[in-house]
Design a protein around this ligand. Structure first.
Ligand code: MG
Length: 306
């Protein structure tokens, strides 16, 4: 049998997911969540963010949490660094991969980080020059790649323009953030056709949100067009700040179920991801809404009853 093609999954639950959860989670519970995620076979975990203390209360323990991580474990832990200071702090803790953040919409970067796209790219230029010297891998997020909550539809050429500048700076992967989860596959196709006219699909990852239940359809379209890297969060952790009560990031369980049953390999044990999801669900005192998580959980319960 031919070997299955493997797909990279970056678990963003501890950072992107928890950032959008209201109930505060203690550092030791975050660490346990990350430990359980690691046991599931996930190889890349975005652990936290080194934003200004107080900017995101849920992530204000970035230093204490990072001190507990074992950077020799074989799992790649990454952290978000909004500026050079955040970058320097992160690498002191042992991170070998940093994520930087911008958007394809000026209104969004202005509201989110109080900078224009261009200003944010200039800050990252500073980080990426240092990262080359330090041999640190830099991954970039571009948010609002299809639509922006303030500007509406974003043209693929705007995304291409930002992507070009980030790739020129030496980022090894761009995560395409469909921040508000409104896109449908045709829009994703238009975006990727524009990007892949200039760049290889291997330079991009899909970061979909399930606000309208389209995340897996969009991941399937991206996969068909050559994307082999996706972001997800356990149980679909995290909501959408622009649509209170709506679903958050695509769930790791849904993505793994889809990929593994479509003939790809993720190296991830679904049942073990569910252990991590069940744990964090208790801590945030909220039921998770991943369809795969719910289906497998109720199957386990009905087997236990019979
Ligand atoms: Mg997200």
């Amino acid at each position: 049998m031919p070997e299955k093609e493997s797909i990279k999954i970056t678990e963003v639950g501890p950072r992107d997911g928890l950032q959008n959860e209201y109930k505060p989670v203690s550092t030791s519970d975050k660490f346990e969540f990350i430990r359980l995620l690691g046991l599931s076979g996930i190889q890349c975990i975005e652990a936290t963010s080194f934003v200004k203390p107080g900017a995101i209360p849920q992530l204000s323990d970035a230093s204490v949490l990072s001190e507990k991580l074992n950077f020799q474990s074989g799992i790649t832990y990454s952290a978000l660094a909004p500026n050079k200071k955040g970058y320097e702090t992160a690498i002191q803790f042992g991170y070998r991969e940093i994520a930087i953040f911008t958007a394809a919409s000026n209104s969004f970067t202005k509201k989110n980080i109080n900078k224009t796209i261009q200003e944010s790219i200039e800050i990252f230029l500073d980080i990426s020059k240092q990262a080359v010297l330090d041999k640190i891998k830099v991954r970039a997020y571009i948010s609002t790649v299809v639509a922006c909550p303030y500007e509406g539809i974003i043209s693929p050429s705007s995304v291409l323009e930002v992507a070009k500048q980030l790739l020129d700076q030496g980022v090894y992967e761009i995560s395409l953030g469909e921040t508000i989860g409104v896109a449908v596959p045709n829009q994703v196709e238009d975006l990727l056709t524009t990007l892949f006219g200039k760049f290889s699909p291997s330079l991009f990852a899909g970061h979909f949100h399930d606000t309208y239940g389209m995340a897996i359809a969009n991941a399937a379209k991206s996969l068909e067009m050559g994307i082999r890297s996706f972001d997800s969060s356990a149980g679909g952790l995290g909501g959408c700040p622009y649509a209170p009560g709506a679903a958050g990031n695509v769930a790791t369980e849904d993505l793994v179920y889809f990929l593994e049953n479509s003939g790809y390999s993720t190296g991830i044990d679904l049942n073990k991801v569910m252990d991590a999801s069940a744990f964090i669900s208790q801590k945030i005192e909220r039921n998770l809404i991943s369809k795969t998580y719910l289906a497998l959980q109720s199957r386990c319960e009905s087997v236990a009853l019979s």
